[in-house]
Structures are given as structure tokens and as C-alpha cells.
Design a binder for this molecule. Structure first.
Ligand code: GLA
Length: 402
């Protein structure tokens, strides 16, 4: 008798498990088409959200594309112009997604053509829920229709958000959109924006090209009570998660705030350097049409960008933390290294990078280039020392003798 009851309970539990097994929430979906090779290095571009919020229009987007081409950003490697939330307004009688006709009177295709004519690439935003985070129509249940529309418009990049998704399983929902994009007839970068909630580092590499690891960044050094995550908090969350990156599979600690005014020039240099150490997508979030000289200098620092874009694609890590002082290291292609000495404190600090942090023998000679001052020191042995400004970094590239 007990046996029978136990078996019945077990059977019920099994049925229950099958009915709710999350990985199968959208059926047994398989990604047959391979992931297009469109992000062999972390994508570089610009996105409207950090600066413009919902206030997007075709005129503003054209201005940003003009500025990207004219300011030196394009020459430095930035390519994608991405419209975040609020470009969409409704669906027509056939369910086709419609841009806001007042803000985008010429339509999305014309805007994509304009961006492409500048030698740049064009991106859009949608959401796996019925509504986006700002309450615009999302793509739930319309994945294939939307993906085919994006392909017709000439979209090269899709950021896909996670608001209003109810009980949807993240992996299944993102896999469905990945399948739709891969079958759309156009190679599209797939940017997963699920805030690191359901371990996107496990399934993201198969499904998309980059995946957010945290909730939103805000333009400040550290979190305050009423604001979101400051730059250093995002950094700590990313350091704690570790995470493996590789070509076409990047951890995304959120977009850049450089030039938005909430941090000092020194703090923005730290932000940019550390994002490069993380092999993060470099997506500017400021007004490109109104940049001061420091903002341009930071965002177009070719040596720092070269670290971010290193073809090996191996994310850096925090090798040492002693109070406010941190050492970050990153192996680069060809046996070189990048390192950051980061001073989170309020006073200048004398810091040292020891060769053993890089796995180099202490007596090995190396050439060291400071990537901000551009100073090169040849034949350095054992360690490299630097006075690091409060909230600042010294970032170096190290080439050891063979
Ligand atoms: C979420 C995302 C942001 C941005 C907004 C738009 O918060 O994480 O990056 O896309 O939605 O509403």
C-alpha cells in the first residue's frame, strides 16, 4: 500500500517536472543555422539610452551618425548606431511593428540607409516580453515576423531586453529570437540584455554574441541610495562573476557613461580602461555631437581600444585587491599583457605591478608602454611602479623579451 502511494507521488512529481521543465518552455528548439561571425572582437558603437532615454528621433540619430563619422570615433573603430527603447509605437493590422511616425517620419529603412551610407552599421532594440521596459510593443509571439522586418530594414544589431516576460524561461526565449534572426536572411549581432538574472554566461555563448551581466549602470562612481549601480559596483559584480569570453561571445557589463558628466575625467579614464580589460563591448552612451576634447581623447585612445579588441578575446581579471588598490591583468595575443593599477582611494598611491602577477619570471626584461601618457620604458626587470591618481589608473601594455 505504502509502495503504491509512494509510486503515485513520484509519478505525480515527475509529471509536474515535465510540465514545468523550463528549458522546454518553448518546445524543443534547436539552433540549426550557425551563429554569424559578426563579433569576432567586442562590438564597438553608440546607443541612445544612457543619454537620451526615450527621447529618440530620426534627426537625433542622424546627428549621432554624422558625429561618429566626423569626430574620429569611426576611425577608432566604432561602427554601430543603435536606437534603444521607444522607437516603436504600435503594430499595424497585420501585426507588423511600426516606428513612432512623429519621431521617425521617414521610417526605419531610410534611417538605416542613411547610417549605412556613412560606412556605419545600424541597430535596434526590442524585448522578449509583450511590452518593452518603457511600455512599447515587445516581440513576444512575434519573433519571426519582427526578425524578418529587421532584415528588410537593414538592421545589423539587435539588443533584446527582458522586461515584462512573466514566467518565460530566459534561455528558451532568447533561443527563439536567435533562431528567428539566423533565419532572417541577414547577419545580425544578437545582444542579450537579461541583466545576468538566469546565468546567461552558460547559454549566452551559444545563443548570442554578447550578454549583459548586471542591471543598469548609472553615470556615477558608486551606487547611491536612489540611483542604480555606479561604475565601480558594476565592475565588482563582473569581477565576482568572472566569466569566460571568446570571439563572438562577450560579457557585457553595460554601456559606457564616458562624457555624460556624472564622473570626473580621471574616473572616465578608469571606466574606459577597466571596460577594455574586461573585453567589454565599447558602446558609447554620450551625445557624440557635443563632445569635449577629453571625451574624444578617452573614447578614441587607440592603445586602450587595442587591448579591448585584442584578437585572443580573453577577458582580464582582478589579480590583487588590497583595500582600495587593485591590480588587473589580461593576456593578449602573441604573449603580451595588459595591466591596470587601479586606485579606488581618495589620495594618490604608489603602486607596483610585479611580474609574477603576469606569470613572468622576475628577471625577465620587458618593454612597458603607459597607454595614457604614451611613455615607453624599455628593458624593465621584475616589476613596474607608478604613482596612481585618486580614482585613477595606470594602464600599461607589456612585451617581454623572448
Ligand atoms: C532596460 C535595459 C536598459 C535599457 C532600458 C530601456 O533597463 O537594461 O539598458 O535598454 O531597459 O527601457
Amino acid at each position: 500500500m505504502h509502495h503504491v502511494i509512494r509510486r503515485a507521488v513520484r509519478t505525480a512529481a515527475l509529471l509536474c517536472f515535465i510540465a514545468t521543465a523550463p528549458a522546454h518552455a518553448d518546445g524543443t528548439l534547436k539552433l540549426e543555422a550557425p551563429k554569424p561571425n559578426v563579433a569576432p572582437t567586442p562590438p564597438m558603437g553608440w546607443n541612445s539610452w544612457n543619454k537620451f532615454d526615450c527621447n529618440v528621433s530620426e534627426q537625433m540619430i542622424r546627428q549621432q551618425a554624422d558625429a561618429m563619422a566626423a569626430s574620429g570615433m569611426k576611425d577608432a573603430g566604432y561602427r554601430y548606431i543603435v536606437i534603444d527603447d521607444c522607437w516603436q509605437k504600435s503594430r499595424d493590422a497585420d501585426g507588423n511593428i511600426q516606428a513612432d511616425p512623429e519621431r521617425f517620419p521617414s521610417g526605419i529603412k531610410a534611417l538605416a540607409d542613411y547610417v549605412h551610407a556613412k560606412g556605419l552599421k545600424f541597430g535596434l532594440y526590442s524585448d522578449a516580453g509583450v511590452l518593452t521596459c518603457a511600455g512599447r510593443p515587445g516581440s513576444a509571439g512575434r519573433e519571426f515576423q519582427d526578425a524578418s522586418q529587421y532584415a528588410k530594414w537593414g538592421v545589423d544589431f539587435l539588443k533584446y531586453d527582458w522586461c515584462n516576460t512573466g514566467t518565460r524561461n530566459a534561455e528558451a526565449a532568447y533561443t527563439l529570437m536567435a533562431k528567428a534572426l539566423r533565419e532572417s536572411g541577414r547577419d545580425i549581432v544578437f545582444s542579450i540584455c537579461e541583466w545576468g538574472t538566469d546565468h546567461p554566461e552558460r547559454w549566452g555563448p551559444t545563443v548570442g554574441h554578447l550578454w549583459r551581466t548586471t542591471h543598469d549602470i548609472y553615470d556615477g562612481w558608486e551606487s547611491t541610495k536612489d540611483k542604480g549601480n555606479g561604475m565601480t559596483n558594476i565592475l565588482d559584480m563582473q569581477a565576482a562573476r568572472g566569466g569566460v569570453s571568446a570571439p563572438n561571445a562577450w560579457n557585457d557589463p553595460d554601456m559606457l557613461e564616458v562624457g555624460n558628466g556624472g564622473m570626473t575625467t580621471t574616473e572616465y579614464e578608469s571606466h574606459f580602461s577597466l571596460w577594455a580589460m574586461l573585453a567589454a563591448p565599447l558602446v558609447a552612451g554620450n551625445d557624440l555631437s557635443k563632445m569635449d576634447a577629453d571625451t574624444v581623447r578617452i573614447l578614441t585612445n587607440k592603445d586602450v581600444i587595442a587591448v579591448d579588441q585584442d584578437p585572443l578575446g580573453q577577458q582580464g581579471r582582478r589579480a590583487l585587491k588590497e583595500g582600495d588598490l587593485e591590480v588587473w591583468v589580461r593576456p593578449l595575443q602573441g604573449g603580451e599583457f595588459a595591466a591596470v593599477l587601479f586606485n579606488r582611494g581618495k589620495t594618490p598611491a604608489d603602486m607596483t605591478l610585479k611580474w609574477d602577477r603576469l606569470g613572468l619570471p622576475g628577471d625577465r626584461k620587458a618593454d612597458v608602454k603607459d597607454l595614457w601618457s604614451k611613455k615607453v620604458t624599455k628593458g624593465v626587470r621584475g616589476s613596474y611602479g607608478s604613482k596612481v591618481a585618486p580614482h585613477g589608473v595606470t594602464m600599461v601594455r607589456i612585451k617581454a623579451a623572448p
